[in-house]
Ligand binder design. Structure first.
Ligand code: ATP
Ligand code: MG
Ligand code: MG
Length: 554
């Protein structure tokens, strides 16, 4: 494999190593907020951070950014850990911003004592009015010059639970005229009377993102704190917060930004994905139509395909929209290597071989993966009455129709050459049965002259009396628009595709009887399928991961 070019973050790291950083200084983190399941956008950040860890043999922490108990839950923490592990990454330390609540509080006290923070007792509307606009400076509010003693007392009382939410906040005292709005006395703490999934009711004041993230990086001695571009204006505040506490013998973390990953035909925002779940558009966070890691896993995606996808697009400095068909390309490529081939019929048409003995049956040997001899072979039962796909038979068709038509021949996969002789229709004119004859000497692999005869077209089939049934779920895109979230006048919900799920009964070769949850197969000519989480031996369920070809290509 060719040596890959360094991405721009790796260039930054290389430059740091060439200057004042030692290899041992390098440490990264992936910092999800446990307020939802991880999605494909996160996968990009995971692959970036853990990828850097692998390249530089540096530790990577998994840090839960759990400062808003109103939205966060232990169940999300567990799901996030499961997904990162499933993607194939191992973190060094499992950390929680909530573990630093006491330290962050102590540092806030220090700020107050130094005259760099104050308790503001105005409403959020009043504070917003004083903030100014990007082109006009803000003005000081009436509490900006409160005495240190009063600030300390009020902050203590906030912590002790004496005040309702919104009555008081703690603000940094920086610069109400800064060109950067975020530097105009940002809020550091607010009162929230909510139990936290880890600290329970120990706290009723919670630190804001900007007062938490850089300090957490500092406490963990993260060297490069990588985040998405919308945090670029926060960098100045990140640095200001660190300036208040960094000691010279410790490493000072630096924030650097990369572009968010956006994907066509889908949504990557936990808040909006939660809406899909809550409104019943999908059944759950891991519904196979969801762009979540757990949804993709259930759909049949492999960790390798997601990592290869992330690797191929890399990271960018500017926002961009990546076509989701690239992800489909990667999963096809991987499943083509690893998924055993099987035969299943999803839209059955009965085929009777009139010259095949009535009570005869036989086992036909067939390969599990034509591209991989080590995958071996298996046997599939064959008999006089079979199912083929309805789409594979026409009474008449032009020469380009390489399937079955009256008077012409096809080969049944790993079986015989057959010739369609006649068909039967119901009163509405629908074809309900095809009668054909077979050439007994044409059996695949038998070495006879007839077996080597070339016919155009090979069809998959199952023997009716041996077939097992399964529920088969076919998926289409969840949104009918390339960029459902990109319309000013419309909500992403307006673009939900009402036909994104079709459930049918499939007829499968009996070898699939023992298929286990998460096992992947290629149903020949139909696509790749994964055994669903809810599948039971007596009620098999398969999800179509992807079709064999990109049917979306324009
Ligand atoms: P969401 O809006 O979906 O909640 P978020 O950024 O608030 O996303 P976090 O849990 O805070 O979600 O994200 C954890 C990390 O993953 C952050 O460093 C964040 O920048 C990164 N991340 C989230 N979404 C994307 C994306 N679409 N592309 C790249 N990185 C992302
Ligand atoms: Mg966040
Ligand atoms: Mg968010």
């Amino acid at each position: 494999k060719a040596e890959k070019a360094l991405n721009f973050i790796e260039h930054i790291v290389e430059e740091d190593l060439a200057n004042n950083y030692k290899r041992d200084d390098l440490r990264f983190r992936f910092p999800p907020e446990p307020n939802g399941y991880l999605h494909l956008g996160h996968a990009s950040s995971i692959c970036l951070n853990f990828g850097l860890g692998e390249s530089y043999n540096a530790p990577v922490n998994l840090r839960f950014d759990d400062t808003n108990p109103a939205k966060e839950e232990k169940a999300y923490v567990d799901a996030i850990k499961r997904d990162v592990e499933w993607l194939g990454y191992r973190w060094d330390k499992e950390c929680y911003a909530s573990d630093y609540f006491q330290q962050l509080y102590d540092w806030a006290i220090q700020l107050i004592k130094e005259g760099k923070a104050y308790v503001d007792s105005q409403s959020s509307e009043e504070m917003a009015k004083q903030k100014g606009t990007p082109t006009e400076p803000g003005v000081a509010g009436p509490y900006r010059d409160r005495f240190v003693e009063e600030n300390l007392q009020l902050f203590q009382r906030m912590k002790d639970g004496e005040f309702d939410e919104g009555k008081h906040v703690l603000r940094a005292k920086i610069d109400m005229a800064s060109p950067n709005m975020l530097m105009r006395d940002p809020i550091l703490y607010r009162v929230l009377h909510k139990a936290h999934h880890r600290t329970n009711t120990d706290w009723c004041i919670y630190p804001m993102y900007d007062w938490t993230h850089g300090q957490s990086d500092y406490l963990e001695q993260v060297s490069h704190s990588l985040c998405t571009l919308e945090f670029l204006p926060h960098r100045e505040l990140y640095d200001w917060c660190l300036d208040q506490l960094v000691s010279s013998d410790k490493l000072r973390p630096k924030q650097r930004e990369f572009a968010r990953r956006n994907l066509s035909h889908t949504i990557v925002s936990k808040r909006k994905l939660l809406q899909l779940v809550e409104n019943g558009v999908v059944s759950s966070w891991d519904d196979p139509r969801m762009p979540t890691i757990s949804g993709l896993r259930r759909r049949g995606y492999t960790p390798e395909s997601i990592r290869n996808f992330a690797d191929t697009i890399g990271i960018a400095k500017r926002d961009n929209l990546v076509d989701v068909s690239l992800l489909e390309f990667h999963v096809r490529e991987h499943l083509n290597e690893i998924a055993p081939r099987v035969m299943a019929v999803l839209n059955p048409l009965k085929l009777v071989i009139t010259n095949y003995p009535k009570d005869k049956e036989e086992l036909l040997k067939t390969e599990n993966n034509p591209g991989d001899e080590s995958a071996g072979t298996r046997e599939v039962p064959f008999s006089r009455e079979l199912y083929i796909e309805q789409e594979d038979f026409r009474e008449e068709a032009n020469r380009k129709f390489f399937r079955l038509k009256l008077g012409s021949e096809v080969r049944l996969k790993s079986g015989y050459i057959i010739k369609a002789e006649s068909c039967t229709k119901d009163t509405d004119g629908n074809i309900i049965e095809v009668q054909c004859t077979y050439d007994p000497k044409s059996k695949s692999g038998s070495g006879t002259e007839e077996s080597l005869r070339k016919v155009k077209g090979t069809l998959h089939w199952v023997s009716i009396k041996h077939a097992i049934t399964a529920e088969v779920r076919l998926y289409d895109r969840l949104f009918n628009d390339e960029n459902p979230d990109g319309h000013k006048d419309k909500d992403f919900m307006d673009f939900v595709n009402p036909d994104s799920l079709t459930t049918i009964t499939g007829y499968l070769e009996p070898n699939l009887k023992s298929a286990k949850v998460g096992e992947k197969f290629q149903f020949q000519r139909l696509g790749y399928f994964n055994v669903d989480t809810d599948s039971k031996p007596e009620n098999l369920i398969f999800n179509r991961t992807v079709t064999l070809r990109d049917t979306w290509a324009k």
